[in-house]
Structures are given as structure tokens and as C-alpha cells.
Design a protein around this ligand. Structure first.
Ligand SMILES: *Cc1c(COP(=O)(O)O)cnc(C)c1O
Length: 399
């Protein structure tokens, strides 16, 4: 054995970086939210790869926890669910003229319809000789998708005519709220009133509605009068709070994603050392820097300097610019509080570095990253990139 091999450290095969997805937490969140809305049905919204958590494991977990429906934005996402053998109720609501409505109908996927889609859906249904199932969408004030109130009578009567021809069934009417995360605002009342009117118009025209739905996560939590026949919950099943002034814990929810890596380098530097592109941070005393091997290519927002990283029980802010692959924390002047081993060069090398998690033990939360980046928790988790492997904490056997 030569001396080089002698000096090789033991290899450590723990993941270099990972988003750990706590499926039991998602199970708990679905259970908790579902019990708040019963007897209304519960749709788990799993669009955008389940807000970055992984669509298929999340969908299976939500169903195991009692979710009645799955929701996606795109038909292509709903088709992925079908491809994985999930054959329960699924609704997809955001289409373009290139959407494969035929595949959706053939796979028994319910379709949201704001207006122009109707003829496309009917053409596909005619060709397949299979009626489509549609949920008509009314824009009650959000100003995005959905039929305007002015066009609603016409949309409803055209849809009912196609229903009479056996080409589709109008099974639902739905809408989306604009300000439910700010429960004091009056616009939610106005949207709910508009929604009730739209529902009444559809029912008067002969629609036999099974599902009237408008509530997202914030409305599910703050507006029981918005639950109607079903709620569509995304953020909440991931254990995150939609409210500025209420934490996940206060809502009884458990954050499901932990983003962590391992310290890639510990380095003593002199006073005056600049850090990262632009040298916007300069050490004012001799200190120890820690290199964190996650960057904007992994989905950590580049603007989020100051975001928290937890190492060995202490939380340090990111200093200097976040780069594509890496960022830097300052462990502080050698020997300063909180970094007891700082005298030993490289002592934190390989230590777990947690950017955010479930907050247990006072660890950092995704909301702190959202604040550092000037955005919301939804965006931070959803944009964690595919370069970061997802690893799953599974449900206990038999769940
Ligand atoms: C994304 C989405 C939801 C879920 O919203 P959350 O606030 O994450 O619960 C519900 N409905 C529609 C139409 C959506 O696009």
C-alpha cells in the first residue's frame, strides 16, 4: 500500500444534494385539510411536478390519504398520471389550441372549459364517439382564464346544446380566487357572489352540476363559505402557509420539502477577502468561509443573498452573490460563538447544510428564502430544479 492511498479519507456516499420529500407529512396535510372541508370533496393539485415535490409520489400519497380528485394545469400532466396507472378523477384546466383533447377524453380526464375550447372538445368527442366531461369556468374577477360574465349565458347554452346531442356532460362549474390570501379584502365576497350567480344561470339552463368549486388553499383555510362541493388545494398539501402572518405550524401543517447539501469546502481567509462575483461581500476580520454547492442552476434564486443555511446547529446567512452552482456562508471570525470547532481547519467539510426544511429544531424555513428573494414560498419550492435529486421518506407499510 503506498502512502497516497494511506492518506485517502474514507468515502462517504451520503447524497451530495437532495430535496427530501416527506410523504408522511403530505399524508398528514391532506388528512388535516380534508377533515376541514368534509363533506365537500378534496382535489389535490399536483401541477408543476407537484410544486417541485414530484408528481407521482405526491399523487399516490394524496390519494392514499383520501383525496378524491387530482388536479393539473395541463392535459399533458394529467396524461402522465394516467400513464402511471392512476385512474381516478382528474381535472386539467389550462389549454391551448394545440392541447390533445382527444387523448384527454380517451383517458377519461375532465376538462376545464373557458369558452373557445368547447368546439375543439366537441370535435374530439365526436371523433372518439365518447362524450367529454367538462367543468365550465367563469371568471369571477381574477381576470385570467374563464368566461367573462357577459359571455356566460352563451357559453352555457352552447354547452347544454352539445350535452343534449350526447357529445359532452357539463359536470361542473368552477372559478379561481384572486385575493384569498388576504382574508380581509372584500373582493373575495364579490367573487363568491358572482360565482353563485354563474352557478344559478348554469342550473337554470339545465346543467346537472355535481361539482361547484372555487376554493384554493387560502380560501380552504379561511373561507368555509367557499368550499361548495369541492376544494382545490395545492400549497397546503405541501405543508406551506399561503398567509403572510400565519406559519405552517399555526395552521397544523407540516412542510414536506427539505433542501440540503453538504459543505464543499471550509477555508480560512484574511480580513479583506472578497467573496463571489462582484466581490460585494468583504470579510472585515480573519474568518472561515463555507462553500455551499447549490446555486441558481439548482433553483436557488440568484437574488436571495442573505438566505439562511443551517450547519451543525447554527444558521448562517449567504454572503455575496449566489452563483450558478454554489454560494458561500461566513462561519464568522475564528472561535466566535456558534462555531466551536472553527479552530480545526475543514471541520465542517461534509457537514449537512440545510437551506430549508420543516422547521424542527429551529431550522430555516422556505419562507425565509422567499423573503430573501422577494417572492413567495410557492415559487421557491416549485423552481428547485431537476438537477437536485428528490429522495422520498415513504409512508409506513400499509398506509
Ligand atoms: C394552482 C391552482 C390551484 C391551487 O392553488 P393553491 O393556492 O396552491 O392551493 C387551484 N386552482 C387553480 C385553478 C389553480 O391553477
Amino acid at each position: 500500500m503506498n502512502s497516497t492511498q494511506d492518506r485517502q479519507p474514507a468515502r462517504d456516499f451520503a447524497p451530495e444534494r437532495q430535496a427530501i420529500i416527506d410523504l408522511p407529512a403530505i399524508f398528514h396535510n391532506v388528512r388535516c385539510l380534508r377533515s376541514m372541508v368534509a363533506p365537500a370533496k378534496f382535489m389535490a393539485v399536483v401541477k408543476a411536478d407537484a410544486y417541485g415535490h414530484g408528481m407521482l409520489p405526491v399523487a399516490r400519497t394524496a390519494l392514499a390519504a383520501g383525496a378524491d380528485w387530482l388536479g393539473t394545469a395541463h392535459v399533458s400532466e394529467a396524461l402522465q398520471l394516467r400513464g402511471a396507472g392512476l385512474d381516478g378523477p382528474v381535472l386539467a384546466w389550462l389549454h391551448t389550441p394545440s392541447t390533445d383533447f382527444g387523448a384527454a377524453i380517451a383517458q377519461g380526464i375532465d376538462l376545464g372549459c373557458s369558452g373557445w375550447e368547447l368546439e375543439h372538445i366537441v370535435a374530439a368527442a365526436r371523433e372518439l364517439e365518447r362524450p367529454a366531461r367538462i367543468h365550465l369556468k367563469i371568471d369571477t374577477g381574477l381576470g385570467r382564464n374563464g368566461s367573462s360574465m357577459a359571455d356566460w349565458d352563451d357559453l352555457v347554452s352552447r354547452a347544454i346544446a352539445f350535452q343534449d346531442d350526447g357529445l359532452l356532460r357539463v359536470v361542473g362549474v368552477f372559478s379561481h380566487l384572486a385575493v384569498a390570501d388576504e382574508p380581509h379584502r372584500p373582493e373575495t365576497d364579490q367573487q363568491l357572489e358572482c360565482f353563485r350567480q354563474a352557478v344559478a344561470i348554469a342550473e337554470d339552463a339545465g346543467a346537472d352540476l355535481q361539482l361547484r368549486h372555487i376554493a384554493n388553499t387560502p380560501a380552504t383555510l379561511s373561507r368555509p363559505d367557499s368550499h361548495f362541493d369541492m376544494v382545490r388545494v395545492g400549497l397546503g398539501i405541501y405543508g406551506l402557509s399561503p398567509f403572510d402572518d400565519q406559519t405552517s405550524a399555526a395552521l397544523g401543517l407540516r412542510p414536506a420539502m427539505t433542501l440540503q447539501t453538504r459543505v464543499a469546502l471550509c477555508k480560512d481567509v484574511p480580513a479583506g477577502q472578497g467573496v463571489s462575483y462582484g466581490l460585494h461581500y468583504v470579510a472585515d476580520a480573519p474568518t472561515t468561509l463555507g462553500l455551499i454547492p447549490l446555486g441558481y442552476a439548482d433553483g436557488v434564486p440568484r437574488v436571495a443573498t442573505g438566505g439562511p443555511v443551517r450547519v451543525n446547529g447554527t444558521t448562517y446567512p449567504v454572503v455575496g452573490r449566489i452563483a450558478m452552482d454554489q454560494m458561500v456562508i461566513d462561519f464568522g471570525p475564528r472561535g466566535r460563538d456558534g462555531f466551536a470547532d472553527a479552530e480545526v481547519p475543514g471541520s465542517a467539510l461534509g457537514a449537512a447544510a440545510v437551506l430549508f426544511g420543516n422547521g424542527d429544531d429551529g431550522g430555516p424555513l422556505v419562507e425565509q428564502w422567499a423573503e430573501a428573494a422577494g417572492t413567495i414560498n410557492y415559487e421557491v419550492v416549485t423552481r428547485i430544479s431537476q438537477r437536485v435529486p428528490r429522495t422520498y421518506i415513504d409512508l409506513p407499510e400499509g398506509a
